[in-house]
Design a protein around this ligand. Structure first.
Ligand SMILES: Nc1nc2c(c(=O)[nH]1)N[C@H]1C(S)=C(S)[C@@H](COP(=O)(O)OP(=O)(O)OC[C@H]3O[C@@H](n4cnc5c(N)ncnc54)[C@H](O)[C@@H]3O)O[C@H]1N2
Ligand code: MOO
Length: 390
């Protein structure tokens, strides 16, 4: 059996960044920017007022001074003239600061009477002016590759970038396998259960920015599996669920190989997720996940997600790990790297008592996957341990 890290190296060799496409900014959130986006203007494009008040010359900004209001500057409407000695312009937040003014006195510090104002006895030291280009300047850029956050999208809009080049979404075909499965909402026979991890993986793929397609469930026969692989035609990644182990009805690996799948590996020294397989199938990468619901979901986070990130043009990295303080003692670990459902509370991590790979309810309640290396020695409360956020 190979290690998780060796398996990831094989998987990264099976995928490469997809081609770019251009999308309107309104559809750019969550997509991966392909090349740096360069600002087409300065922001703000003028020295602007940060407050509602009165624009004044520095020389006139004395406590108690009386000034004459000669006009108004509002957001979108500048005052065309300039301010001379003893003069002021009524100004609002976002308006260009008139020529001659070097500060804005907030209206709370002013008494107005007709076109005369009197400055208060205490003025703050701030200019309340945002200099031109103080946010960004023409030519400043947002670097790529980068998954565009809501804040990034706002920044791009501000840079007057209406369309962006992003990586095409990876097309992923999800094939559930097994005579025991029915789709959610259907009526199972007494021996059947509902396909669950299929939909968990679909949600994960949506979140990762892929384009998942849930195919009809393949039954435990060669012909049904062959048909499912046929339906997966056109996918960049084909993900099968179940039928990966050594039982008489576990046919996925055999059928895939008969259809030309070049196997990269089978079985990984991890728990859960041991009977994982992967390979190249025509133009697509193939990832065969174990059927146990938690195994499939854990492999989704540990293997499928990093593959998708590479296809999106992001760096080839394992799922990011963080560290936390263990909240209890743990006995010696086993021979396989163990991904344990755990609670993380106030910086302290505590694994669930039960770790059977069929228990989805525990996965749904877990905050993180605590990662124990193979042959981990006994651990004490307070030790630092690694985890992957869910
Ligand atoms: N003799 C051995 N038996 C098993 C081994 C082994 O090493 N030797 N490994 C066990 C491990 S570990 C796992 S994991 C499972 C993986 O088996 P398969 O990938 O062949 O999965 P199935 O047998 O098809 O299903 C296992 C389990 O999961 C349920 N399942 C399958 N697909 C779904 C789905 N889409 N949604 C919900 N539940 C699903 C299925 O009904 C089974 O209960 O093998 C062990 N056996
Ligand atoms: O690896 Mo299985 O995936 O332990 O349940």
């Amino acid at each position: 059996m190979i290690t998780v890290s060796e398996a990831l190296d094989h998987l990264f060799a099976l995928v490469s960044p997809l081609e770019p496409e251009t999308v309107p900014l309104a559809q750019a959130g969550g997509r991966v920017l392909v090349k740096p986006a360069v600002a087409r203007r300065d922001q703000p494009p003028f020295d602007g007022s940060a407050m509602d008040g009165y624009a004044v010359r520095d020389e006139d900004a004395d406590p108690g001074a009386s000034l004459t209001v000669i006009g108004e500057a509002a957001a979108g409407h500048r005052f065309g003239g300039s301010i001379g000695p003893g003069q002021t312009v009524r100004i609002f937040t976002g308006a260009p600061v008139p020529k001659g003014a070097s500060r804005v006195v907030i209206q709370e510090d002013v008494t107005r009477n007709g076109d005369q104002i009197t400055l208060g006895s205490k003025l703050d030291a701030k200019t309340h002016i945002r200099p031109a280009g103080s946010d960004f300047k023409i030519g400043d850029s947002l670097d790529a590759p980068r998954r565009l956050s809501p804040s990034d999208v706002a920044l791009l809009a501000s840079m007057n970038i209406a369309q962006v080049e992003v990586t095409r979404k990876p097309r992923v075909a999800l094939i559930s396998t097994g005579d025991e499965l029915v789709m959610p909402g259907e009526t199972p026979s007494p021996d059947q259960i509902i396909a669950s991890n299929t939909f968990g993986l679909k949600a994960l793929l949506d979140q990762l920015g892929a384009e998942p397609r849930v195919l009809p469930i393949a039954r435990d026969t060669r012909s049904s599996l062959e048909m499912a692989f046929e339906l997966a035609e056109g996918a960049d990644l084909v993900v099968t669920i179940g039928g990966a182990s050594v039982g008489d009805h576990d046919l996925v690996g055999d059928v895939a190989q008969d259809l030309g799948m070049q196997q990269a590996f089978y079985k990984v020294a991890m728990r859960p997720g041991k009977p994982l397989m992967a390979g190249q199938m025509g133009d697509a990468a193939m990832l065969g996940l174990p059927g146990n619901p938690v195994s499939a979901m854990v492999c989704g986070h540990v293997f499928m997600a990093p593959m998708i990130r590479v296809m999106l043009g992001l760096p080839a990295c394992p799922a990011p790990r963080q560290t936390a303080r263990l909240g209890c003692d743990m006995l010696k670990g086993g021979p396989r790297e163990h991904y344990m459902r755990a609670a993380l509370d106030d910086g302290e991590i505590v694994p669930e008592g039960r770790q059977d790979s069929s228990l989805l309810s525990l996965l749904a309640h877990a905050d993180v996957l605590l990662v124990r290396p193979a042959e981990d020695p006994p651990r004490q409360k307070g030790d630092q341990v690694e985890y992957i956020a869910l």
